[in-house]
Design a protein around this ligand. Structure first.
Ligand code: NAG
Length: 215
């Protein structure tokens, strides 16, 4: 009997790993009703007879994102919010533009694995494995290259060329989420107590304070 339960436990673990994405839809589609008042895990469905081709459409991904910011990165999301037909399908995408020397700070997507295709330029990418190894796995990508960032792992991207980088990212969620490490650690509202961060980063509270002031 214990053996049978053990097998079930193993199966359950395999299954929960294999199914770790948005739930499979139970109907052909569930186009997001952006005015829906009911709170569910995603948007409620628009009445089927009102659904139009444009509910499954997004235009403009040929247009460069605005990289005029401190990071030199432009991001054009095509998530469930921008493309209502993605609602409940467990997939989405984004265009990412990097100006020369632009970089995307270490961040993670809590709900999605990301697969990134480089259309132009050269981009250094890397992710760090979880404790205790914390191994950095990094590589420089060129036009036509594809790289995958496993769900939940902290990763970064940096333009290492003299030209713009254009990337197209796909995600295993209609709403992958974005946790920017600098923002959550030093820019939370209210601040995490400086003594906690001073201990965590093994530095003084003054240094933590000066970093917090930048956010
Ligand atoms: C790009 O973003 C900057 C900073 O937010 C803004 O000042 C500028 O007008 C934007 N450019 C375009 C073309 O939208």
């Amino acid at each position: 009997m214990a053996h049978v339960f053990g097998s079930f436990a193993v199966l359950a673990i395999i299954f929960s790993t294999a199914m770790a994405a948005d739930r499979s839809p139970l109907q052909d589609f569930c186009v997001a009703d952006m005015n829906g008042q009911v709170l569910v895990n995603g948007y409620t469905c628009k009445t089927g007879s009102l659904v139009q081709a444009n509910d499954f459409y997004f235009g403009g991904l040929h247009i460069m994102g605005n990289t005029s910011n401190a990071f030199g990165v432009g991001r054009t999301p095509v998530f469930g919010t921008q493309l209502p037909g993605l609602n409940t399908l467990g997939i989405s995408m984004a265009r990412v533009d990097f100006a020369p020397s632009g970089s995307f700070s270490p961040h993670t997507h809590p709900r999605a694995t990301e697969i990134l295709t480089i259309l132009e330029g050269s981009l250094e990418v890397g992710f760090v494995t979880s404790n205790p190894e914390n191994r950095l796995i990094s590589k420089v990508l060129y036009k036509g290259d594809v790289f995958v960032f496993p769900v939940g792992l902290i990763h970064y991207q940096r333009n290492v060329g003299n030209t713009n980088v254009i990337g197209i990212a796909a995600f295993t969620s209609q709403n992958p989420g974005l946790i920017s490490i600098p923002n959550v650690v030093f820019g939370s509202k209210p601040d995490i107590s400086t003594d906690i961060l001073a201990k965590a980063f093994q530095t003084s509270e003054n240094i933590i304070n000066s970093i917090q002031l930048k956010f």
